[in-house]
Design a protein around this ligand. Structure first.
Ligand code: 13P
Ligand code: SF4
Length: 304
């Protein structure tokens, strides 16, 4: 296996140089895919990397909405998603038609849209946010009433942090919803010294048991900067690879082994290579949608 992988990796590097490509990888990807990334990060960090890359081709090892965000930010580049079926179920819990109807019910509301959404939905939004900046984005809107889509749990977390009264679309992440309060309680009993880090996509009854609620990038920064040695990690299990790699002296326990995002795991080394060789599958947001969606994305990136 090791030999096969090293041969594939050698070919990926060769193709990458030939194509002047950059490989962006989300923190939930398979460990071997993370290891070939030019940049591994959370949704916000990956958007920031896409916005500033000088490469001609972006290979996005993540899910469809992430590749779409790269296409929104870099219309002149070729954006590849090595498996076109790698879609985020939460992003598909609201479409543009549903959002337009909801906006009619709530005139005057500012629409804050989690980046885990389609480009069409972003095009109908005032501003985007990620799990790393939701609180800052909501605060930037002053006294305006807010409709938060599609993640009701991230929305509830941002509302609790900012004290704002908000309306939520009833979307959620099926992977994070699998992490139950009982998982945290059981792991805390077995590891009483461990600190609990949870992603804000978790159910509120799970997040409330955490010591820190953080984006995946926030978890990585927090784990390396604190003196603490042991962590219970309540998010998709793929992040454990990077946490262990960057903190070999520390212990990381997945809150639930059930927290696997099957769509994230569709991307493999073989598919990355095929994608670079064939320059497909391409993700390209139509210009009529892109020019509207970029306003909400840019407004978020200005906040950082
Ligand atoms: P982060 O932005 O915290 O990486 O989370 C994004 C996400 O949920 C992808 O599924
Ligand atoms: Fe979507 Fe959840 Fe998978 Fe993230 S972990 S891509 S939010 S289904």
């Amino acid at each position: 296996m090791q030999d096969i992988n090293s041969e594939i990796i050698r070919k990926i590097i060769q193709q990458k140089n030939q194509r002047n490509a950059v490989i962006l990888v989300h923190n939930y990807q398979l460990g071997e895919v993370q290891d070939i990334g030019d940049f591994v990060g959370d949704s916000l960090e990956l958007s920031q990397q896409a916005a500033k890359t000088r490469a001609d081709v972006i290979v996005f090892c993540g899910v469809h909405f992430m590749a779409e965000t790269a296409s929104i930010l870099c219309p002149d580049k070729i954006v590849l998603l090595p498996d076109i079926n790698a879609g985020c179920p939460m992003a598909n819990m609201i479409d543009a038609r549903q959002l337009i109807a909801k906006k009619k019910e709530l005139p005057g509301y500012a629409v804050v849209t989690y980046v885990n959404s389609t480009a069409e939905v972003k095009a109908e939004s005032d501003i985007c946010c990620t799990s790393a900046n939701a609180e800052r984005v909501v605060n930037s809107l002053g006294n305006q009433n807010i409709l938060f889509v599609p993640d009701q749990y991230l929305g509830a977390y941002a509302a609790a942090r900012t004290g704002k009264k908000m309306e939520f679309w009833p979307g959620y992440c099926p992977t994070h919803a699998r992490i139950r309060p009982e998982d945290i309680i059981r792991n805390k009993k077995a590891h009483p010294q461990a600190l609990v880090m949870a992603h804000p996509e978790c159910r509120p009854e799970t997040s409330i048991l955490a010591d820190q609620v953080l984006s995946t990038g926030g978890m990585l920064r927090y784990a390396s900067s604190t003196e603490k040695k042991e962590f219970i990690v309540a998010t998709e299990v793929g992040i454990i690879h990077r946490l262990r790699k960057e903190n070999p002296d520390k212990v990381f326990i997945a809150a639930s082994e059930q927290a696997v995002c099957p769509r994230m795991k569709l991307i493999t080394l073989e598919k990355v290579l095929e994608s670079l060789e064939s320059l497909s599958p391409v993700v390209k947001v139509p210009e009529s949608i892109r020019v509207r969606a970029i306003k909400a994305v840019d407004r978020m990136l200005e906040i950082g």
